[in-house]
Write a protein that binds this ligand. Structure first.
Ligand SMILES: [Zn+2]
Length: 464
């Protein structure tokens, strides 16, 4: 049997790994590459094997860099089966539709410009119909219950504690009387976060594909994260200002809302209204409500006292554009949570444009911001930033909190892998990380008694 790494190879995006055995083709993840436009175009336009020849896709979680090429796979002939946890399936339904909408909107924008230059129009990667049709190939599975998508293949998903529905997987593959166990971590989450369970240890395996996003890094402690959130809201409200929080629609938004509600219940939140202004976040929060099987013990206990942990009296979810615009004209203190987290698109841009020049306001950055994004420029507290192409003075206060990360740091990754039998593991493949992160993680795993990991490049194949 042969394993080939087609994506997230020495980079953090476009997760896509191909396993071939007994005439079958299995993909682990089918992610969109997000990054520089030229590299993204090459990756996202062309699959390494004909999509019609793929039998099964095993999906680790719903994040677009793991699932975002599924509609394209369908468009080009894939008619096999996608296996995902039920929460991942529900999230994908919303997120792939949202991604298709972005593809169509971006392409229309580019084509308007190209037409003016007399150039040829481009096609979107996929459209809404592809996103809808690929959902028909999904099969929802449960954590901890082995399933067999093909003769000779058995798979078990366990909770990865990364986002709602996220899973690690172990594949038991039988070929010509030989049995091989292959593990794939997907993205590994962190212990002691609200809402989700801690990552569950994986079963022993012969080969492991392991993420490496934060190799060599240790996250700042989370102890004071909630208190600091309350203090920032209180200080801003006392100045008569607004708190603007750019946050990703999946995970981060629900976590901030959960913490604000706790602060509110404890009487530690000033009486200001809180708005979640992102149609995707609103839909995703409904999906969180629909999947209590993914909650941790803390949230279950909390729900015995408060049946809706994602809603409280002063919190309003906004879908409507007109309602979103009304927030701009209000002069009262408030908290606005809106997407996207890196401030590259979405309604957050309007809120920043309207509020960033007022020193009474606070912009609170809670997520990772890649280079060359508006979010990164705000994190760096540049005196002037461009929004919609126009320069704006950055006079609002900027608060940066890294403690809301959804990825394990290096000590947590080493501990996670540490549950596996080192004598049995023949090879560890590091994926989903830049080389500068993979190198220290490789050393740390070797020091912990594991075989020296390899970091495959795109297109590298290994016989298992
Ligand atoms: Zn992820």
């Amino acid at each position: 049997m042969k394993l080939t790494f087609w994506g997230a190879a020495q980079t953090v995006t476009g997760s896509l790994h191909l396993l071939e055995f007994g005439g079958h083709r299995i993909l682990m993840d089918c992610g969109l590459y997000q990054g520089r436009r030229s590299e993204a175009a090459e990756f996202n336009q062309k699959f390494p094997v004909p999509p019609g020849s793929i039998d099964v896709v095993l999906l680790s979680h719903a994040h677009i860099d793991h699932s975002g090429l599924l509609p394209k796979l369908y468009r080009e002939g894939f008619r096999g089966s996608v296996y995902a946890t039920r929460a991942t399936q529900d999230l994908c339904e919303r997120m792939l539709a949202d991604s298709a909408h972005i593809q169509e909107k971006d392409t229309a924008w580019v084509n308007r410009r190209e037409r003016r230059k007399g150039k040829n129009e481009i096609q979107p990667l996929y459209g809404m119909e592809d996103a809808e049709r690929v959902m028909e190939t999904f099969h929802g599975v449960e954590y901890g219950e082995a399933f067999s998508p093909l003769p000779g293949l058995e798979v078990e998903y366990r909770d990865a504690g990364h986002i709602l529905g996220s899973a690690t997987m172990v594949l038991t593959v039988e070929e010509a009387g030989r049995i091989v166990k292959l593990g794939f971590t997907g993205d590994v989450g962190r212990a002691d976060r609200p809402i989700l369970r801690d990552p569950q240890p994986m079963a022993d395996c012969d080969y492991l594909i392991c993420e490496s996003t934060y190799g060599g890094k240790t996250h700042e402690p989370r102890d004071r994260a909630k208190e600091r959130l309350g203090e920032i809201v209180a200080a801003t409200a006392s100045r008569g200002g607004k708190v603007i929080i750019p946050a990703f629609a999946v995970g981060r938004t629900q976590e901030i809302v959960y913490r604000l509600e706790e602060l509110s219940n404890e009487g530690k939140l000033p009486p200001v209204p809180v708005y979640v202004d992102s149609p995707l976040a609103v839909n995703v929060t409904d999906i969180f409500r629909a999947h209590p099987e993914c909650y941790d013990e803390e949230l279950r206990e909390q729900m015995a006292k408060d049946p809706d942990p994602f809603g409280f009296a002063r919190l309003t979810y906004i879908r409507d554009v007109a309602e979103s615009k009304r927030l701009n004209t209000s002069r009262l203190p408030m908290v606005i949570i809106s997407a996207s987290g890196m401030c590259e698109a979405g309604r957050i841009l309007h809120h920043l444009r309207n509020n960033i020049e007022d020193e009474r306001n606070t912009v609170m950055m809670v997520g990772y911001c890649a280079e060359h994004t508006l979010g990164r420029r705000i994190v760096e507290k540049r005196p002037e930033v461009k929004i919609f192409g126009e320069p704006h003075r950055l006079r609002a206060q900027v608060e940066v909190m890294n403690s809301y990360s959804a990825h394990a740091d290096e000590p947590e990754l080493v501990e996670f892998v540490g549950h596996l039998d080192a004598d049995r593991l023949k090879k560890i493949f590091l994926v989903h990380g830049d080389p500068v992160r993979q190198e220290p993680l490789g050393l740390a795993l070797t020091a912990a008694g594991y075989v020296k990991p390899v970091a495959p490049k795109r297109g590298d194949s290994f016989e298992l």
